[in-house]
Design a protein around this ligand. Sequence first.
Ligand code: ATP
Length: 365
Amino acid sequence: MSQTIDVELRQVRKTFGSNIVVDEFDLQIQEGECISFLGPSGCGKTTTLNMIAGFLEPDGGEIRIKGKRMNGVPSNKRELGMVFQTYSLFPHMTVAENVAYGLKLRKVPKAEVKQRVAKALELVKLPQVADRYPKQLSGGQRQRIAIARALVIEPSLLLLDEPLSNLDAKLREELREEIKRLHMETGVTTIFVTHDQEEALYLSDRIVVLSNGKVEQIGTPLEIYNRPATEFVHTFIGKSNKLPAVVEVQDGETLQLRADAGFKLQATAKGQKLTAGSAAHAYIRPEKLRLAVPGTNPLGANSAQGRVRQLSFLGAFAECDVEIGSATVTVRIQTIGEHAGLKPGDPVALIWHPEDVFVFPGEER
Ligand code: ATP
């Protein structure tokens, strides 16, 4: 990937009345990157995308595309491809006419339009539906055509606003694979808006996690998952067991905590400094907890004795809820092998590694 900055947001801000919906948004997107804006409903993802698209003007800050200031530049002068959540195809036009639309607006010669439309339909693997109308297509096919229509103009930037949200689970997975393949084949700089963390992890070179109009963290999927900057980022990405606790002592990178549930745990501080006696929220993901034979205590403070409360079979794996002290934590287990015969009421030991325990400051009490 080259290191040319394709899109830049500098201190971008948007308010609706007294409501600040995007605040001091700074971001540099490299040429060819696929970036996701990820966050819960109402965090400002679409508003930011709409400012980049030119549908909304920022109240403050600057948006630059390919080095040019875009504030005040109308959307149709930004050379963007856009795909929305709802299939925005023209119902009275055939698929080929829909895909050709942007090229005709740009007065591309007829022969070239024909050839580029055919190429775009090949790219999304739907050359056979060129003469059909949108209502004769499935939801997944319509979204592929919407993507073909966005790509055919060879946009400088592809903006995708929750394009998979209206599809069922199986189709979502298929289409996100398609989008990843198309991004690799075309190399077009892409911004993908989603509230689905798995989609963002799967597709993105980097993720921007947003909450309440503010950037919480910008990083690669691995950084976001393994080095969350905030409690919000950790809990929004994936599932995690929350254990309110008190910090007993910090010795360099090692934190000793006492969980309110009645057991001790260790954590690596990951650069944080916490005062002894302060309240904390400790987290361990279900896949980072291991079941062991009851009574074993191989890792000292990094284990606890408990009892199985409930098992939930989820296909590729199962979730086992375990009562430890007054807390219930979820552990991800394999459904074959040593845990196959596990049942509610069985005593178990839980073990974990301190580097898998994430600690964030809690509210003082
Ligand atoms: P979703 O996933 O639900 O689309 P989002 O993260 O994309 O959410 P936005 O659509 O950007 O969020 O909205 C951010 C905030 O701005 C919300 O509180 C929303 O109600 C508000 N908002 C958006 N558009 C307008 C508008 N035109 N007028 C007033 N408030 C608006």
